[in-house]
Design a protein around this ligand. Structure first.
Ligand SMILES: Cc1cc2nc3c(=O)[nH]c(=O)nc-3n(C[C@H](O)[C@H](O)[C@H](O)COP(=O)(O)O)c2cc1C
Length: 272
């Protein structure tokens, strides 16, 4: 637990939680290394490890000749994912569907060397309320200046009012295993682990919103890690990265501005 004296540095990291939303102008099982298969960009540089000996499921890709439509509906899903803070304690879909979405994302979102280092814990209904009411609130109150607490409490009550939270973790043992097996990339693996975790966050956030739910992404780690581990039997070694709060939307997303796209995307070559 962080002592009150280190609140300032913590507050910098937790600025969002303590001071409110950021400015809107900027515009889950241990994997054995034998099951890791390199992607082509890795194998260009590295000797190709032996094929997987595990009984992992091989999936076949099915392509459609209506790719334009498919691609634009995928982009539409990306566009319609937004941050929604006003949530109710209801869900637009059954719990089984929520579980299925998280499982499908965890199965199919890519990871470096197919390392599958991401773990998700889903808290629904009363367990979600316990997280925000009994764990996050006391943890933040313990480090927040007295004058900042009322606003923080109000914000946390907003999260508590939702229906569920997905906790996103990384399993450091997987990262350490990769570092040992492939020392050439040792310093890259922690970063790639963060990348895959973020991809999971994005995929699940987008998928839940496609089901009519609203969601927002929070970062109260590491303040809350120990209590969560003790309450839901989460291995203490897992590293908590983010909390995705969701529920039936009771408000609209805030207005969003976009920086000039021509300063952010550059294309060279090609025909048209
Ligand atoms: C990596 C990342 C971290 C974020 N952290 C927080 C956070 O801690 N608290 C919060 O309220 N929103 C957080 N957000 C949400 C962003 O502020 C939000 O996505 C952004 O302003 C764009 O708005 P939109 O989600 O409605 O498109 C985060 C988003 C990303 C991608």
């Amino acid at each position: 637990m962080v002592s009150p004296t280190s609140f300032r540095s913590l507050a910098v990291r937790l600025r969002v939680q303590i001071q409110g939303p950021p400015p809107r102008t900027h515009t889950c099982l241990t994997t054995s290394l034998s099951s890791l298969r390199p992607s082509s960009h890795h194998s260009r540089i590295l000797p190709t490890p032996p094929p997987s000996t595990s009984s992992s499921v091989r999936s076949t890709r099915h392509f459609s000749n209506t790719t334009d439509k498919m691609s634009s509906s995928f982009l539409d899903s990306i566009k319609s994912r937004r941050t929604i803070y006003q949530l109710t304690g209801e869900s637009t879909i059954p719990d089984s569907r929520i579980k299925e979405i998280v499982q499908q994302a965890v199965l199919h979102v890519p990871s470096s060397f197919n390392s599958q280092s991401t773990r998700c814990v889903v808290l629904l209904g009363e367990e979600h309320k316990k997280l925000w009411g009994d764990i996050v609130k006391p943890a933040v109150k313990a480090v927040a200046p007295a004058e900042a607490w009322p606003a923080s409490e109000q914000r946390l009550s907003g999260f508590q009012a939702g229906y569920g939270t997905v906790l996103f973790y990384e399993e450091p043992k997987v990262v350490a295993g990769l570092q040992e097996k492939l020392p050439l990339y040792a310093e890259k693996f922690p970063q790639w682990s963060e990348h895959t975790n973020a991809m999971h966050q994005f995929a699940i956030w987008t998928a839940l919103e496609q089901e009519g739910l609203g969601a927002n992404l929070q970062h109260y780690n590491p303040l809350i890690d120990e209590k969560i581990s003790a309450t839901w039997n989460v291995p203490a070694t897992w590293s908590l990265k983010a909390q995705l709060v969701f529920g039936k939307p009771a408000g609209s997303p805030m207005e969003k501005s976009f920086g000039p796209i021509e300063e952010r995307v550059f294309v060279h070559g090609g025909k048209n």
